[in-house]
Ligand binder design. Structure first.
Ligand code: ZN
Length: 166
């Protein structure tokens, strides 16, 4: 999933799960929901996407400050959860969308090639370090759009609820 979905999903989960302790820690949660993608610098969806490795990363700062543990863990694990879902581009959806905007087939094709190269992934290592096997759920055009719509809707509703509650 893309970074905006990661942020929205992480923040929404945090708003629901942390409630009153949420506000001061929002920045940690937001950062944690994006941090696993630092591995794009060497190898995307590496060990840095594995839930157990991320648990350790949430525990280390918690030695200094225990209140950081849950915001970090929620941010990290929300990232892993979303990255299990992959987008099925076998119908060249990305190229067709690009072509509708810029109306140039060869540029659209190179956009697709670049996008798929950077987001290329085959799931996450759910049980690393016990197993290197990668797990994924592939979504087609429609189900991917539905997922994104659900995330955005839940995010909007959560923020409205938090806003009008006080
Ligand atoms: Zn990722």
């Amino acid at each position: 999933m893309d970074w905006i979905s990661h942020l929205l999903f992480g923040l929404t989960l945090g708003a629901i799960l942390l409630k009153y302790r949420f506000r001061g820690k929002i920045i940690f949660l937001a950062a944690a929901s994006l941090l696993p993608d630092l591995d794009i610098l060497w190898y995307h969806r590496s060990e840095l996407h594995s839930p157990l490795v991320l648990l350790v990363f949430a525990l280390l700062p918690a030695i200094q400050n225990r209140t950081l543990f849950f915001p970090l863990l929620i941010g990290f694990w929300s990232h892993s959860a979303l990255d299990i879902f992959l987008f099925d581009n076998s119908n060249h959806t990305i190229m067709n969308l690009a072509n509708q905007v810029i109306e140039n087939e060869s540029i659209s094709r190179s956009i697709e090639e670049n996008v798929t190269r950077y987001i290329a992934a085959d799931g996450i290592m759910l049980f690393y370090p016990f197993s290197n096997e990668k797990f994924s759920i592939t979504l087609g055009e429609e189900s991917y759009a539905i997922m994104a719509g659900i995330i955005i809707t839940i995010a909007v509703l959560t923020f409205l609820w938090l806003h009008f509650k006080q």
